[in-house]
Design a protein around this ligand. Structure first.
Ligand code: SAH
Length: 274
């Protein structure tokens, strides 16, 4: 605890969930941003979130992760969580009554707080950097990881759950998507990423993809680092980086480029300066 700066606030352990649901005994800062994840596979967490910056911040209590195992809420001796789809068809569907019990547990202590409840789903709105920013400003988030054919529609309606997608493809379960979305969100929480300025300058932050990056050696296999980057002229460097960001965005993401031009009153078909 001695390496946690005092200015971050008081450390405490949340008592809101059953001990089996807490991710270890990591101390957390009071009011730390918290991700609650409803999953049939709690052992897959924290997974990749335990590495590098997100992992360090998790250990320091700058954010918290709580998994809620869906299985114990299952029905009967076998703790069944799913059943066959109404109307027939392949696969199984997660039952609304079972999911509701997990959602009620996830809701403990969130009343009056800013706390989105999300179902990870290929049918959802595509996740964006803007959404990550908005979530990072909330008190926390609850995520449902689906499995099989997904979740009964009625529980999504009843709890006014927002569906969010990682992209236009189908995963086996929501766990990888949850980790991706939590990663993108957590790194925007002030103090989590060491160098806050680096998030201000990234892809999507200004509606553009990021310019190419170079490092040492300045010459490698007959390839030179662009001269301007070695010039030390900050004005020219910034101008070059913006031009490259615009060019890349125009070439690779015409959708982003059109939106950017509209916002900045620019002609999307204008010739690039470079
Ligand atoms: N039958 C569903 C797919 C179910 S895939 C359909 O066609 O829409 C099983 C689970 O994996 C889903 O419930 C969801 O939680 C997760 N999942 C799959 N693809 C995803 C994606 N692109 N984004 C987020 N979650 C996804």
């Amino acid at each position: 605890m001695s390496d946690t700066p005092k200015s971050h606030g008081r450390l405490s352990i949340s008592a809101s969930l059953q001990p089996r649901d807490l991710m270890g005994e990591t101390p957390r800062l009071k009011g730390a941003w918290t991700a609650r994840v409803i999953t049939l596979f709690p052992e897959t967490f924290p997974g990749v979130l335990d590495a590098s910056l997100t992992g360090k911040a998790l250990q320091q209590g700058l954010w918290a992760l709580e998994t809620i195992d869906l299985r114990p809420f299952g029905i009967g001796k076998h703790k069944n969580v799913d059943d066959t789809p109404s109307g027939g068809g392949a696969g199984m569907v997660l039952r609304p009554d079972v999911m509701a019990k997990a959602l009620d547990q996830a809701a403990i202590g969130t009343k009056g707080k800013s706390w989105p409840v999300i179902y990870l789903s290929p049918r959802g709105t595509p996740f964006t950097q803007a959404k990550a920013k908005a979530w990072s400003e909330a008190d926390g988030i609850t995520m449902i990881c689906g499995r099989f054919e997904g979740v009964d529609e009625r529980v999504l309606e009843e709890y006014a759950i927002e569906e969010v997608s990682l992209g236009d493809f189908v995963l086996t379960g929501g766990e990888i998507a949850a980790q991706a979305l939590i990663d993108a969100t957590v790194r925007l929480i002030p103090r989590v990423l060491g160098n806050q300025a680096s998030t201000e300058d990234e892809s999507f932050q200004h509606g553009l993809l990021e310019h190419p990056q170079y490092t040492k050696p300045s010459q490698w296999r007959d390839r030179d680092t662009p001269e301007v980057l070695l010039s030390g002229h900050h004005g020219n460097i910034a101008k070059w980086q913006r031009q490259m960001a615009e060019r890349l965005t125009k070439e690779r993401r015409p959708d982003l480029w059109r939106a950017y031009c509209e916002l900045h009153d620019r002609d999307p078909d204008e010739d690039q300066e470079l």
